[in-house]
Write a protein that binds this ligand. Structure first.
Ligand SMILES: C[S@@+](CC[C@H](N)C(=O)[O-])C[C@H]1O[C@@H](n2cnc3c(N)ncnc32)[C@H](O)[C@@H]1O
Length: 246
């Protein structure tokens, strides 16, 4: 069964604090990069997997989408979405994305921001997505980069005597599977897959890779968050845009 860590009250409060900082990673690095890859959304039907607060759902509406379905496993995240990003053409559903095969509607775009690494069965997820996409539909998603998810244990960074990050440690890269890490003081379960597994799964399900982006902060982001310079050692996330071939 999928972990629902965002409904853990302590974790949720910590996460809310993190997102309150307007200079956070999502706002400065991931969102600008993934939004650049959005197709034309005029009149389109969009599914957002792991929609969280619904920020992207409301953005799709502002870009002309006619209908958006946002699903998330967490009732606490959806509570905020339903308060802050409500619209008559957005429907929020509490659902584990491992079970999207029960949805009956077809979509032009299936989108997900920083949530796929929480899903154990990536092959099933991509197969379900293929079945839910219209012909030539687009899958656009970000997830933690495999360089980031790889280590089973030990320090992620090698630092100098002053605590400055020198380089990122890479271990266990070819061991696909569960990782247990501590984030925001709680034990989190996520799933590592090497890049070959991520890409070949898409290819086997008839997707054509249109773009793969390893986003780095621009000058403006670095002025606000000089510590994001570490993203040049290894990027926190990877963004993939793929189109269903038939
Ligand atoms: C890092 S947050 C990102 C939220 C949102 N996509 C954004 O970019 O602001 C990850 C989200 O994925 C959701 N999530 C994790 N596992 C899930 C699953 N198995 N099914 C659906 N949602 C899931 C979490 O509840 C959380 O809201």
């Amino acid at each position: 069964m999928s972990q629902n860590i965002y409904d853990n009250e302590t974790f949720f409060q910590e996460y809310k604090e993190l997102r309150k900082n307007v200079y956070n990673y999502n706002i400065l690095v991931e969102q600008p990069a993934i939004r650049k890859l959005l197709p034309d959304l005029s009149g389109k039907i969009v599914l957002d997997l792991g929609c969280g607060y619904g920020n992207n759902c409301i953005d799709f509406i502002s870009k002309g989408a006619s209908k958006v379905v946002g699903i998330d496993i967490s009732s606490k995240m959806l509570e905020i979405a339903k308060k802050e990003n409500i619209h008559e053409n957005i429907k929020y559903i509490q659902m584990d994305m491992s079970k999207i095969n029960i949805l009956s509607q077809k979509f032009d775009l299936i989108f997900s921001s920083l949530a796929f690494h929480y899903v154990e069965d990536y092959k099933k997820l991509i197969c379900d997505i293929r079945l839910l996409l219209k012909d030539n539909g687009t899958l656009l998603y970000s997830q933690e980069h495999p360089n980031t998810t790889a280590p089973k244990k030990g320090c992620v960074w090698t630092k100098d005597q002053f605590g400055n990050k020198l380089y990122s440690n890479l271990s266990d890269y070819m061991y696909s599977g569960k990782r247990k890490i501590t984030w925001l003081n709680e034990k989190i379960e996520k799933y590592h897959r090497p890049m070959s597994e991520i890409i070949n799964t898409l290819i086997k399900e008839n997707f054509i890779i249109k773009e793969l982006v390893e986003p780095i902060p621009d000058e403006n982001a670095l002025k606000k968050r000089p510590d994001f310079i570490d993203e040049f050692h290894r990027t926190t996330c990877v963004i993939i845009k793929a189109q269903l071939s038939h």
